[in-house]
Design a protein around this ligand. Structure first.
Ligand code: GLP
Length: 242
C-alpha cells in the first residue's frame, strides 16, 4: 500500500519532495533521479532548486533520467521534453547536463532508442527516486491505459485525450506529436522509491484508482501498489476520491 501524504498545495508538496531529494543527495552524491515532465512537478523542481542554493548542496555528480519524450519533434523544439528538462530541471538545479538523459525521440534512431535507454539506466545502477505525475486517464510517463505492467522503454502511440491535454503547450492541437517514447511501467517499478504527485479535482479519479483500485493495466497508475516504497503526495482535491 502506498503511503499517502495530503498537503495544502503544490508548493507544500515541493517542500516534502525537496527534503527527500536533498537527504538522498547528502547520502549519495551521485544519486540517480527519475524526472517527470508536465506541469505537476514544476513547483517541486523550484523548491528543490531553492534548497540546493540555500543549503549549498553539491549536485555536480547527480544523474537523471527523464520518463519520456515525443517522437519526431525537430531538434531544439521548446516543447520537446529534452528542452523542458533542460529549462525546468538541469539549469535551475545546476545539474551537470551530460549526466541527465532523456529518451531519444529522433525517428532515425528510434528502433534502438528504447533498449539503449534501458541499458543506460541499468549502467547507472538504477533510479533511486522517481518523480511521477499522473494523467487524467491514469497514465504514468506516457503509459496509457492498456500498457503492460511489465513494459520497458518503447515507442507508444499517444491517445487522443492525452494529445488534447498536452495541446496547451503547442500552437495548435495538430502540432502535438502522434508518438512518444516512454519508460515502461516495468522500468518505473524498478526505481527504488516512487514519489507520485497530483493536484486538483481533475486528478481525483486517477489518484483513487492508483491508490485503491484494482491493480490493472487499464489504470497504469495502479502499478504503484506493486512497489514496496511508493509515496503519493496530493492536495485535498486530488485526494477527494480516496
Ligand atoms: C504528460 C506526461 C506525464 C505527466 C502527465 C500529467 O503527458 N507525459 O509524465 O505526468 O501527462 O501532466 P500534468 O502534470 O501536466 O497534469
Amino acid at each position: 500500500m502506498a503511503e499517502v501524504v495530503i498537503v495544502a498545495d503544490a508548493d507544500a508538496a515541493g517542500a516534502v519532495v525537496a527534503d527527500a531529494i536533498v537527504s538522498l543527495i547528502r547520502s549519495k552524491p551521485d544519486a540517480v533521479l527519475g524526472l517527470a515532465t508536465g506541469s505537476t512537478p514544476l513547483a517541486s523542481y523550484r523548491a528543490l532548486a531553492r534548497r540546493i542554493t540555500d543549503d549549498g548542496i553539491d549536485v555536480r555528480g547527480v544523474r537523471g533520467f527523464a520518463l519520456d519524450e515525443y517522437v519526431g519533434l525537430p531538434a531544439g523544439h521548446p516543447e520537446s521534453y529534452r528542452a523542458v528538462i533542460t529549462r525546468e530541471v538541469v539549469e535551475p538545479l545546476g545539474l551537470t547536463p551530460e549526466l541527465v538523459r532523456v529518451p531519444h525521440g529522433d525517428p532515425a534512431t528510434i528502433r534502438t532508442a528504447g533498449d539503449d535507454y534501458e541499458r543506460a539506466i541499468t549502467a547507472a545502477g538504477g533510479v533511486d527516486l522517481q518523480i511521477l505525475g499522473i494523467g487524467r486517464s491514469g497514465h504514468i510517463g506516457f503509459n496509457e491505459p492498456g500498457s503492460s505492467l511489465a513494459s520497458l522503454t518503447r515507442v507508444k502511440t499517444l491517445t487522443e485525450s492525452t494529445r488534447l491535454d498536452n495541446a496547451r503547450f503547442f500552437d495548435s492541437p495538430d502540432d502535438v506529436p502522434m508518438h512518444c517514447i516512454t519508460q515502461g511501467i516495468g522500468t518505473i517499478l524498478r526505481a527504488r522509491h516512487l514519489v507520485l504527485l497530483a493536484f486538483g479535482k481533475a486528478k481525483a479519479h486517477a489518484v483513487a484508482a492508483a491508490v485503491e483500485g484494482p491493480v490493472s493495466a487499464s489504470q497504469p497508475g495502479s502499478a504503484i501498489q506493486l512497489h514496496p516504497h511508493a509515496t503519493v503526495i496530493v492536495d485535498e482535491a486530488a485526494a477527494s476520491g480516496l
